[in-house]
Design a protein around this ligand. Sequence first.
Ligand code: ADP
Ligand code: MG
Ligand code: MG
Length: 245
Amino acid sequence: DKLLEIKGLKVCVEGKEILNGLDLAINKGETHVIMGPNGAGKSTLGYSIMGHPKYEVEEGSIYFEGDDITYEKTDVRAKKGIFLSFQNPEELSGVSLESFMRTSKIAVDGKPLKVLSYRKEMGKTMESLGMDKEYGDRYLNVGFSGGEKKKSEILQMLMLNPKLAILDETDSGLDVDAVKIVSQGVKTFKNKNNSLLIITHNTKILEYLDVDYVHILVDGKLVKTGDASLVEEVNRKGFKELAFH
Ligand code: ADP
Ligand code: MG
Ligand code: MG
């Protein structure tokens, strides 16, 4: 049961080709991990799936639940159930975390929400992530520490409950306790009907999740795919050796 299918994807950023012929298929219920050296194009892949306007598709296609979304706008993709957690979450002064989250929930669901029950659920979810409730009233990510920004991304994922969550280094720059909390949050989210695409350098998060496939992305292409044991091979050999042997 295919959820996401990417065929021969070539993507340019500011005139430079970053992805050069990438193929990837994710079925419902699966967890995929992308690893690769800095600058390989991992974040570009995340942005391309989400439809960031800066990332121009030159060739190839992206299908979601069988629909061609290659040239769809980001909001359409979000409504279809795709979520991207940014590697570097942006600060948004003047908009509180809670109102930002409510606005995106209403936009994605396309219907009004019950404010009180939403608040209650959000409070519970924040508690499970070890976030102080006062963060809901603070401006989105403004003055948040790196770890707090990542937790606020996971909070948004849990509240939006997408079909496909793409997590771009959500576990980077976190202390061990925060990695544990974030990993447990991701584990809580995962069920047999949704899918995860996790971009990471940190293999700790993978101890919490059942990983189906690991892909190695080098120079804008997936050069190797394997099961969870590939993570250990990466740690042992490094990307260069893996990619060329
Ligand atoms: P990774 O996430 O694997 O570290 P990225 O996808 O962030 O790699 O970047 C891949 C390449 O694309 C890098 O050379 C980077 O400088 C370039 N790139 C990515 N996004 C942009 C952008 N918005 N503007 C200019 N160059 C970009
Ligand atoms: Mg990087
Ligand atoms: Mg990146």
